[in-house]
Ligand binder design. Structure first.
Ligand code: MN
Length: 284
């Protein structure tokens, strides 16, 4: 099953993806609450959407992130062996956690806004895990039961704020507005037989900058879910950015930073392609 969240004139609507159209699920204003009702309710919603006459043309609608209002956006740093090496860091012995907030979330085709406060905005292709079942102290063996599905994500990063501030505080450089594009779709876990064998790529203005596989993950999806749940109760709709492969802009010589007019595409096998333009900050 594949789901999106469409912004309609009546507000956000969860939709199923059928035959090249987004079909509204009657009464479903929130993907997060749909997930909270459990896997059977999700299947029912899918069947309802299939019959729905309220269909949207993907080329014309505004998409939000598949879950636009999660209770948590958890992010893992340095989780690909090669990326740790290119960053000049030792592979971590435990997952490195930072966070983003809901202000960062945008959907497919929405612009990434370059903050006026940063001169070093970088890209990072990432697999995003969507939690479907509440849990704390989740054993490794059952951790994947808590995963509803996956989406393509982009961890946009202001390196000057991530790396040059006191106290090694990554979060501040990661949570500028629009810094977490996700989508277009949430793809349910049953359609992803092995989340640890997916090609993952990022193209900047058509040029491939990152090209790897989730097989390179240091801490895998089940390990991350289990680890994070030692600290906090994971809730339906919670999002986990799982880290990025090599090829980021800061590791290049000379470094590559995003600029107005750029087009960034992140592609993950079986999950789709997330495309976002880059725009200057016009806030006044
Ligand atoms: Mn990242």
């Amino acid at each position: 099953m594949r789901f999106v969240t469409v912004m309609t004139e009546q507000g956000p609507r969860a939709c199923g993806v059928f035959e090249g159209a987004y079909a509204e699920i009657d009464g479903a204003t929130s993907m997060r609450s749909l997930l909270a009702q459990g896997p059977d309710a999700l299947k029912d919603a899918w069947r309802i959407a299939k019959q729905s006459p309220k269909r949207h043309d993907p080329a014309r609608v505004r998409l939000l992130a598949p879950v636009p209002d999660p209770s948590k956006i958890l992010c893992i740093g340095l989780n690909y062996l090669d990326h740790a090496a290119e960053s000049g860091m030792q592979p971590p012995s435990e997952p490195i956690l930072f966070t983003k907030y809901a202000n960062t979330l945008i959907g497919h085709r929405e612009p990434i806004i370059l903050p006026r406060e940063s001169q070093e905005v970088d890209y990072e292709a990432e697999l995003v895990v969507v939690i479907g079942k509440r849990g704390k102290h989740i054993p490794l063996a059952s951790a994947l039961d808590h995963v509803a599905g996956y989406a393509v994500g982009h961890d946009v990063s202001a390196r000057d704020w991530q790396l040059n501030k006191p106290g090694k505080q990554w979060t501040i450089g990661k949570t500028f507005d629009t810094f977490a594009p996700i989508g277009p779709e949430l793809v349910t876990a049953d359609e992803v037989p092995d989340p640890h064998n997916l090609g993952i790529r990022l193209r900047l203005n058509g040029q491939t900058m990152q090209d790897s596989s989730t097989a390179q993950l240091i801490f895998r999806v089940d390990a991350l879910v289990s680890y994070l749940s030692r600290v906090m109760t994971l809730e339906p709709g919670d999002l986990i950015f799982t880290g990025t492969p090599p090829g980021v802009g800061m590791a290049r010589k000379p470094p590559v930073w995003l600029k107005p007019g750029d087009q960034v595409e992140v592609e993950i096998d079986g999950l789709g392609t997330l495309a976002n333009p880059v725009a200057a900050d016009s806030y006044s």
